[in-house]
Write a protein that binds this ligand. Structure first.
Ligand SMILES: Cc1cc2nc3c(=O)[nH]c(=O)nc-3n(C[C@H](O)[C@H](O)[C@H](O)COP(=O)(O)OP(=O)(O)OC[C@H]3O[C@@H](n4cnc5c(N)ncnc54)[C@H](O)[C@@H]3O)c2cc1C
Length: 395
């Protein structure tokens, strides 16, 4: 029997306070910068500093490792606020959890002490290296290889290349998944996690990608050539660690999607109230009101899925039997973001297509969300399997 639906919809006082703080910061600091970051594509160091000063970089990190312990729910709420104006800055906050998640799940006490406080304080940044040019959805198809180091018991030597790594150029260290057995093997146990300092000999970052959106934090290729990883930096965990880490991330990616959808719909709604046509405002047309109503309903449905998924993940419920609930949030919210931003472009007409308004940026940025951390098709596959297995069932 899978998870049973609960009914408490109230947010605790401290999360309401966090929401209010981040909302103010987003309106004052992020809204005025969002377009410029998109146009220049330059890493927004100033906003990283704002996040650091506001103590937002350690939201998901427990207090014993220097974080504020607001959990995945806290991070979800913060990202929703930020992404109303900037998807890439939502990504900046997401990157405090994506590479640290495997450490929080499977790391040793020593690894937690060494890697988590730097992320919480903003003195270090990191990236999550899973995808490869030939292996995105098909994680088990990865070819990056970790062979035992003949000179260091328990150590490994890494060889391979990872692609599209968000924040790879700024990262001080990487969480890397590699095959410890034959690269042709599809055994789940032949995959292992490693913590690799970016300054290690043999690590290089030869190129960044030219992206459609989410500009300001590059995706990079990260190459590992005979990179020695000591036993103290082996996470282990197998394929299941990679999957559990991603399962716990579903609400956090979904938060970027609901924030973006809310921002796009709010912008378009204000516009149609002032735009005149046929001797009335565009907002006076019932056809327009219905589009707004349908989109608002979808956003609220996505929010509920997202908050529930965050709540589950915070209770450590991100193993296989919770996958449908977690994947649903990411799948549905990211599809809603694409629809909402598409509607926003449409509601503004020609103006919505031009750079004078943020709608075209919302639309480009939203397209990333149905691809990253498990495409919509991959999420549907996971949800479908969960229903077939009765992890999600209604009697
Ligand atoms: C902007 C950006 C940032 C990224 N950041 C990171 C990062 O930080 N770290 C990282 O490791 N990776 C990152 N990625 C990579 C991302 O996780 C992969 O792109 C994603 O997992 C999909 O893999 P793929 O691109 O190889 O697509 P493919 O796996 O080649 O899929 C192509 C198409 O086939 C479909 N498909 C694949 N398998 C199935 C199936 N079983 N059933 C039905 N349809 C299927 C997919 O849904 C998709 O539509 C990033 C990608 C982007 C675009």
């Amino acid at each position: 029997m899978g998870y049973r639906l609960g009914m408490d919809f109230s947010l605790p006082e401290e999360l309401l306070a966090l929401q209010e703080t981040v909302r103010r910061l987003a309106q004052d600091k992020i809204r005025p910068r969002a377009r410029e970051i998109d146009l220049t594509g330059e890493y927004p160091e100033d906003i990283f500093d704002e996040f650091r000063r506001a103590d937002l970089l350690g939201l998901c990190i427990p207090s014993e490792y220097g974080g504020s312990g607001a959990g995945i729910t806290g991070l979800t709420i913060a990202i929703e606020e930020v992404t109303k104006y900037s998807n890439v800055l939502g990504l900046m906050l997401l990157l405090t959890r994506l590479p640290t998640g495997p450490i929080m799940i499977a790391g040793s006490e020593e690894q937690k002490q060494r890697y988590l406080p730097g992320i919480a304080s903003g003195t270090k940044r990191s990236s999550f290296c899973l995808s490869e040019p030939g292996a995105g959805s098909d994680v088990v198809g990865m070819q990056t290889r970790a062979t035992p180091d003949p000179d260091v018991p328990g150590g490994y030597i890494l060889n391979g290349a990872k692609s599209w790594i968000s924040g790879g150029m700024q990262a001080d260290w990487f969480t890397v998944f590699a095959k410890t057995g034959d690269p042709a093997s599809r055994h789940h146990r032949d995959i292992s996690g490693f913590l690799v300092d970016a300054s290690s000999p043999g690590v290089s970052r030869p190129r960044t990608d030219h992206k459609m959106g989410v500009k300001g934090i590059d995706t990079a290729e990260i190459v590992f050539e005979d990179v020695h990883v000591g036993p103290e930096n082996v996470l282990g965990g197998g394929f299941s660690l990679a999957m559990q880490s991603l399962n716990a991330m579903r609400p956090i990616v979904a938060a970027r999607a609901i924030g973006l959808a809310e921002g796009a719909l709010m912008y378009a709604t204000e516009y149609v109230k002032s735009r005149k046509a046929f001797n009335q405002t565009i907002a006076d047309f019932q056809g327009i009101q219905w589009e707004i109503a349908k989109c608002a309903t979808e956003i609220e449905a996505a929010r509920l899925l997202t908050y529930r998924a965050a709540w589950l993940a915070d209770q450590g419920k991100f193993s296989r039997e919770y996958v449908p609930f977690l994947s649903m949030s990411k799948y549905y919210a990211s599809e809603v973001a694409v629809r909402a931003s598409g509607l926003a472009v449409q509601l503004l007409g020609a103006a919505g297509y031009m750079e004078d308004h943020p709608t075209e940026q919302y639309y480009r940025d939203a397209r990333q969300l149905t691809i990253v951390e498990g495409t919509s098709q991959v999420q549907l596959g996971l949800i479908g399997k969960g229903v077939l297995a009765h992890d999600l069932w209604w009697d």
